[in-house]
Design a protein. Sequence first.
Length: 357
Amino acid sequence: MDTGNQKKIIITGGAGFIGSHVVRLFVNKYPEYHIINLDKLTYAGNLGNLRDVEIAPNYSFIKMDIVDFNGIMNFFEQEQPDAVIHLAAESHVDRSIEDPLAFINTNLVGTANLLLAAKTIWQGNNHGKLFYHVSTDEVFGSLALGESSFFKEDTPYDPRSPYSASKAGSDHLVRAFHHTYGIPVIISNCSNNYGPNQFPEKLIPLFINNVLHNRSLPVYGEGINVRDWLYVVDHADAIDVIFHRGRKGETYAIGGHNEWQNIDLIHLLCRLMDEKLNRAQGSSQRLITYVRDRAGHDLRYAIDASKLANELGWQPSLQFEEGLRRTIDWYLANEEWLQEVTSGEYRSYYDLHYHQR
Ligand code: NAD
Ligand code: TYD
């Protein structure tokens, strides 16, 4: 595709939860860029997330598997992108426990393929180029409950699930390509995200969907595990700031300073759901069911994001209760989206809107 002198950015995984927010932000905010959304459209990829941007002249979509080495290499040679923002991944810990190989293929082999393609086309001319790798705080392992310790950029890696191990491996590959071949890279490691368009298998959208349908709310173990929650739009904003002003070769930790024990978060969610659905207080809470704990369940994640705040001035914009209200409102206003993704119906969207065009 000839986009003249426009800077060309490939965003991988742009049809997913976080990717779709990053694509929307970049397409709308930077008309001077051409954004290519490269996504395999797994169960987690849904072009319905991007209906509002798909007609933008500076946006295009390519259905492609990052594990397909030849496909990726040919596409990079044809398109000559100036930058890559890499979000495509298998992302759910429970699935990684069931099927680790899918995670190793996409997260490790897929990332290696993208790095090799970038290295090939940027060789000898790295000026203005950037491979931005979006990663997770889960690579750092697990913190003790009740401690005031935090994950930071220099926390030693200690991944403990197949998901986090595959993401840790991909982070190492990105750094290795920087040190060995001089590829300009940046990595960010973010805490748990929540917000619109998250597939209803992760805690918050799963529980919203279950309350809506009066299904039980499966709390793993005793519900004492702690996560540090960040509204997805704030994460997309941090990626924008780091992409444009971050230092090459650096890592940035992103978090919400917003730790919640699962059971407290679930009680808040239940209260807000009762309020929004005009149900008697306590109705949703009655759906809570304690179930067998997740194997190897990490106890606590918490991020110290002071490097990002001090160097680049980024701060999360939303208080958690406000973010949770907005998220619930979005799911209630988009029950059709929920129905489509839970039935698998959304998978026909690509065929209808792209394949047959
Ligand atoms: P997601 O599961 O919602 O979306 C992943 C996207 O990647 C989907 O669109 C999917 O179709 C695509 N994809 C998967 N395998 C692919 C392949 N082989 N080739 C091409 N595309 C493929 O994930 P998410 O929650 O939006 O996470 C995005 C990124 O952010 C991931 O790299 C994840 O590790 C990271 N991250 C997520 C969180 C979180 O809380 N969700 C927190 C920190 C970091
Ligand atoms: P999840 O959203 O899967 O994110 P992650 O495991 O990557 O942090 O889970 C968030 C927390 O909620 C985690 O401690 C596991 C717990 N959890 C449940 O108790 N029940 C559930 O059904 C799910 C999906 C998660």
